[in-house]
Design a protein around this ligand. Structure first.
Ligand code: PEP
Ligand code: MG
Length: 952
């Protein structure tokens, strides 16, 4: 992702003309390792197609699609030219922002710049800036747009006096994320301003995060300072973002239309008067954007220019974005939309110009706004669910055996608890506001009690989730909003669900994973109350421990599981390497995934028997089958007990070949327990889990303490740490990452940390400081190219000069096929490889590891994956380097002998599997395992390899 930082800025440059400026820019991009040598031609070719001058003294030179392959890493570099450079047509550039990007990431940059582009005298300020910090402030510090939407309008609110109304205004602003909780107090100290017609104005700049305006009217007539109090505006002001709104409000008041505000019966009417929303009767058209790189500067310029040809107001918004419409005539606002190919634009125009303007602008967008466009694919008919059989699916019959995928070993049995959300119907209109109010109040109380019971029954961590739910339930803002709807005649259920849905969407719109989780919590309590209102019984949890059956279990569901009550998990979809399956394994709950949608049709309480090792589920097993399974479980438990007794012994095969057995962890606090479980070292410290456990990025000192704790606990055993591996299916709440069409093929792992070198540098610094004289191994995730490894290594080496460490090895995770295929080259430079079979399997077989119906086939024993492992081990050993396997395959009992036979040196597994894996190594014979591995490489499917292992 493109971000602006002061390290990217070179101040006080000079160039006699544009050609020289481009040469300087290209040289800078090459010197910083972002692009290869020929990129200058790309910059020149792009300018020849059309100037990249953006306005306000800024140009954004970038390459052409043909030179994208020359981009090593996405990034920007800024050159300030205080004397100006003529960019053609007399347009003078004081700041050139050179972009190295492989796709349309520069749209993000344009979005960042739009606030600055709105400033009238920016060019001069850019010219005069004397420091990189000042320049950055100019680019980022322009006014933020004012938040004003339906959530910020509260009509007919129960309020006793002015102060209560003001307090409610502050609450609305707080809920919209505009202000901190202290805003209500500072607003009470602000001096109210009468606007006339009983409208009042309150304003504060303190405790404001984002400018926003709330408008409220009281339910009953009120007076304040001997004047009527018909309505109150509460402004959270920050910069000049509210200027345009103030001007419109003045016009409304001068024209004597104030009553349209305080007599309004809907928030939409208020927004129309204030001009925040286009009036609902303005004509509109929709058009899909087909430009390959979205609405970037050139097409946006064309669109704004065309719109300026009409006298009336024309606005545009991105459908489904949740963002308000903006003026089509403003280039900066258009760029601020960040519209991408395939997204739908909605144009709205005032009636006097709509008839001419809308068809003309629509056609211009359709034709590409001056660019050649590839037509968009026509929407295909929705594919039928692939795994659903043609006939209506039926529940598996008693006695049937379902072969699925083993995700966490162990045998479990118990009654099923099938958790499938069914839609609940409810009436939209209520009997009377008073009755509906009573119903809602009773339902809220009942749900509060229900949650109380859950808190009592749960352990502390899980109980806290339900306590948070109780707090959400008691949020007065939710009650206020529901009350407004009840007063308009809605039923209790309809009012409640609309309020919950609006609040949840609002959280999601903030594009923050933590807040998105809060949205899930809101929907959770929403549904509980709805079920209560409609008399729908929640599924009663069986008294005895049960087998949980769900469509899919997300990581957050697993986090809420109570291992004391859930003996096993069966999912209809999903695969063994989805992160939720990994968590299940760490919790030690047997799990089978990918059992097919029919499993969801089982009645709760149906007895189930599952074998998490073989991946089998038996429905209502006969007494015989159950008895045999339980006998096997007992045998297995005895074997595990024996293994447990020898867990501290080394893992050496019968013919004397030793393999190290390490642990995978993501939490520093369990290190003592893990060593106690027999770990000879840590083979994978998933540092992103440590980052996720903090509500904001941990600083160097905090990280150092975490890493030190692990090294202390290891008491001289080696620690293999993986640098931060986020992106893909692992977002970090406080590190918003731009949405990508294919996140697994996007900015993930080392690609992301190389783009944010400060984060990586902090992490490496913390690691080196924590090491002292202990064995530290650092590896980088998702390396697919040699230059990524070299860039990452260079960073460590630079820091190592500053913080010497005695025993350090540097390596990479082999989880992208290209890394395995380049193993010979990489082995000359790395100290070790650690094979991440979860991702390696995903990328080799082109199966998303979390795909609902396909991931069951993503089996790491596939001969294609085994070949890549073989290739990696051979290359490493040829250069005297060691190889570990830290993916889930390392703990798969059927895979241990194969990996041993492929000459892997270390196996790193979830701690509960250590003793078992060591025992499996001890039972094996290395030479036999080698023969097995050679044969396995000749097979044509994972199933064939598994069958071979059973036979061997
Ligand atoms: C892997 O991909 O095999 C691996 C160990 O990393 P993760 O599962 O954390 O992506
Ligand atoms: Mg991985």
């Amino acid at each position: 992702m493109l971000e602006l930082a002061k390290e990217q800025i070179a101040m006080g440059q000079s160039a006699t003309d544009k050609a020289e400026a481009l040469r300087l820019m290209a040289a800078r991009l090459v010197a910083d390792g972002l692009v290869a040598d020929g990129y200058l031609e790309g910059l020149q070719a792009r300018e020849a197609q059309g100037s990249t001058f953006l306005g306000q003294g800024i140009a954004i030179p970038h390459g052409t699609p043909q030179t994208r392959d020359l981009v090593y890493a996405t990034g920007v570099r800024l050159l300030q030219f205080p004397e100006g450079v003529d960019w053609g047509d007399g347009q003078i550039v004081y700041l050139a922002i050179g972009i190295a990007a492989r796709s349309d990431e520069h749209l993000r940059l344009l979005q960042l710049l739009t606030r600055a582009l709105g400033e009238t005298d920016l060019a001069e300020a850019l010219r005069r800036a004397t420091s990189a910090e000042a320049l950055l402030k100019l680019l980022q510090g322009a006014p933020q747009a004012l938040a004003l939407d339906a959530q910020l309008v509260g009509l007919n609110l129960p309020a006793e006096d002015f102060d209560e109304l003001a307090w409610r205004g502050a609450r609305l602003l707080q809920r919209a994320g505009c202000v901190d909780p202290g805003f209500a107090a500072v607003l009470q100290q602000a001096e109210p301003l009468p606007l006339g017609e009983g409208l009042w104005w309150l304003n504060s700049e303190r405790q404001v995060r984002q400018p926003g305006l709330a408008f409220l009217t009281p339910q009953q007539p009120l007076r304040y300072r001997d004047q009527p109090l018909n309505g109150l505006f509460c402004l959270a002001s920050l910069g000049a973002g509210h200027q345009a709104l103030l001007e419109r409000l003045c016009e409304v008041l001068i024209e004597g239309r104030g009553q349209m505000l305080y007599q309004a019966t809907s928030s939409r009417a208020v927004l129309e008067v204030l001009g925040a929303d286009a009036p609902s009767d303005w004509p509109s058209v929709r058009q899909v954007l087909a430009n390959a790189h979205g609405l970037h500067a050139r097409p946006a310029k064309v669109l704004a220019q065309l719109a300026k040809g009409f006298d009336g107001e024309i606005r545009v918004r991105l459908v489904d974005s949740g963002q308000p419409a903006v003026s089509v005539k403003s280039l900066s606002k258009l760029l601020g939309l960040g519209a991408r190919r395939g997204q739908v634009l909605e144009l709205v125009a005032e009636p006097s110009v709509a008839e001419q303007a809308l068809p003309m602008l629509q056609a211009a967008i359709e034709q590409g706004l001056g660019e050649e466009v590839e037509p968009l694919p026509t929407a295909a008919e929705p594919e039928p669910e692939p795994s659903l059989p043609d006939a209506d699916p039926v529940a598996p019959l008693p006695g049937s055996l379902i072969q699925a995928v083993g995700a966490a070993p162990g045998i479990a049995c118990g009654p099923a608890l099938v958790c499938v959300e069914k839609a609940i119907d409810y009436p939209l209109r209520g009997e009377s506001p008073a009755q509906e109010r009573l119903k809602l109040r009773e339902a809220l109380t009942a749900v509060h009690d229900e949650l109380d019971a859950l808190v009592q029954r749960s352990d502390k961590a899980i109980g806290e989730i339900f306590i948070t739910h109780q707090e959400m339930l008691a949020d007065p803002a939710l009650a206020d909003d529901a009350e407004q709807r009840l007063a308009q005649g809605e039923s209790a259920a309809a009012a409640w669900m609309s309020v919950i849905e609006a609040a949840a969407r609002q959280q999601e719109a903030l594009h923050d994973a933590l807040l998105a989780e809060r949205a899930a919590d809101l929907r959770d309590i929403g549904r509980r109350v709805l079920a209560q209102l409609c008399g729908v019984q929640d599924q009663a949890e069986p008294e005895q421990p049960y087998v949980l059956v769900m469509a899919e279990v997300g990581p957050s569901d697993v986090a809420r599981l109570d291992p004391a009550r859930v003996t096993g998990i069966v999912t209809a979809y999903g695969g063994a390497t989805a992160h939720s399956a990994i968590v299940a394994r760490a919790l030690g709950i047997p799990a089978v995934v990918g059992a097919g949608p029919e499993i969801l049709l089982l009645d709760s309480d149906t007895p189930l028997l599952l074998d998490g090792q073989r991946g089998q589920v038996q429905v209502a097993p006969s007494a015989d089958v159950l008895e045999r399974a339980l006998a096997e479980r007992e045998l297995r438990e005895r074997r595990l007990q024996a293994a447990w007794a020898n867990r501290h012994e080394p893992a050496v095969t019968r013919d004397g070949h030793a393999v190290e057995v390490f642990a995978n962890i993501g939490d520093s606090s369990i290190i003592d327990k893990v060593v106690e479980q027999g770990a000879e070292g840590i083979g994978l410290l998933r540092t992103e889990l440590i980052f996720m456990a903090h509500s904001q990025a941990p600083d160097v000192a905090t990280q150092e303490a975490e890493y030190r704790r692990v090294l202390d606990g290891l008491a001289g055993r080696p620690l293999v740490v993986r640098t931060l591996d986020v992106g893909g299916d692992k977002p970090l709440p406080y590190w918003p990452i731009a949405a990508e069409d294919n996140p697994f093929l996007g900015v993930r792992g080392v690609r992301l940390t190389l783009q944010r070198p400060q984060i990586m540098e902090d992490q490496l610094r913390a690691l080196l400081r924590a090491a002292d004289r202990r064995p530290l191994r650092i590896m980088f995730p998702m390396v697919g190219q040699v230059h990524e490894w070299r860039q990452a290594r260079a960073m460590v080496e630079r820091l190592r000069d500053e913080i010497p460490v005695a025993d350090l090895q540097l390596g990479i995770m082999v989880e992208v096929p290209s890394a395995a295929l380049l193993a010979s080259q990489l082995a000359q430079e790395v100290d070790f490889f650690s094979i991440g079979t979860n991702d390696l399997t995903q990328y080799t077989l082109a199966i998303d590891r979390g795909h609902p119906s396909l991931s069951a086939q993503a089996d790491g024993l596939h001969p294609a994956v085994l070949s890549l492992i073989d290739m990696t081990v051979r290359a490493a050993h040829a250069h005297g380097k060691w190889v570990g396997v830290c993916g889930e395959l390392a703990a798969d009992p059927q895979a241990v002998a194969v990996l041993l036979g492929l000459d892997v040196d270390e196996l790193s597994v979830a701690a509960p599997s250590i003793a078992e894996v060591k025992a499996l190594v001890r039972q094996a014979d290395h030479q036999t395992a080698r023969a097995l591995a050679r044969e396995a490489l000749q097979q044509d499917s994972a199933a064939a390899v598994r069958a071979l292992v059973e036979r061997f």
